[in-house]
Design a protein around this ligand. Structure first.
Ligand SMILES: Nc1ncnc2c1ncn2[C@@H]1O[C@H](COP(=O)(O)OP(=O)(O)OP(=O)(O)O)[C@@H](O)[C@H]1O
Ligand SMILES: [Mg+2]
Length: 112
């Protein structure tokens, strides 16, 4: 299992969700976040120290999925979230050691 984390533009969320449902994603977590990429983090200097200002609102998606599904899900997010304008976001993938469905006690892939 792996965790797919994606940071996207808020106005792409509905289309991304639709694309994910189309490729069979049944569960995801969405969080309202703020961040900056290469251009967004305007910096300001105050008494010699540099401060970052102007965080931009983004949406963070988290999906735990089976290894075999990662490429398809990643591409679905990429295609639905892409506008071609700076700030479209990032997708990264990390290993997941364990997963438990709390209601049933199912573990591993069976808990996805
Ligand atoms: N390396 C990173 N680590 C963690 N979060 C990131 C990283 N890069 C981008 N993000 C998150 O994604 C959001 C959008 O990043 P953004 O798309 O502006 O990246 P970028 O590298 O500047 O690409 P672009 O040139 O297309 O704007 C940021 O506001 C931040 O929340
Ligand atoms: Mg950027």
């Amino acid at each position: 299992m792996r965790l797919i984390t994606a940071v996207i533009k808020p106005h792409r969320l509905d289309d991304v969700k639709e694309a994910l449902v189309k490729v069979g994603v049944q569960a995801l977590t969405v969080t309202e976040v703020k961040g900056f990429g290469r251009q967004g983090g305007h910096t300001e200097t105050y008494r010699g120290a540099e401060y970052r200002v102007d965080f931009v609102p983004k949406i963070k998606l988290e999906i735990v999925a089976d290894d075999t599904r990662i490429d398809e899900i990643t591409m679905a997010i990429r295609d639905a979230a892409q506008t071609g304008v700076i700030g479209d976001g990032k997708i990264w993938v990390t290993p997941v050691e364990s997963l438990v469905r709390i209601r049933t006690g199912d573990v591993g892939s069976a808990a996805i």
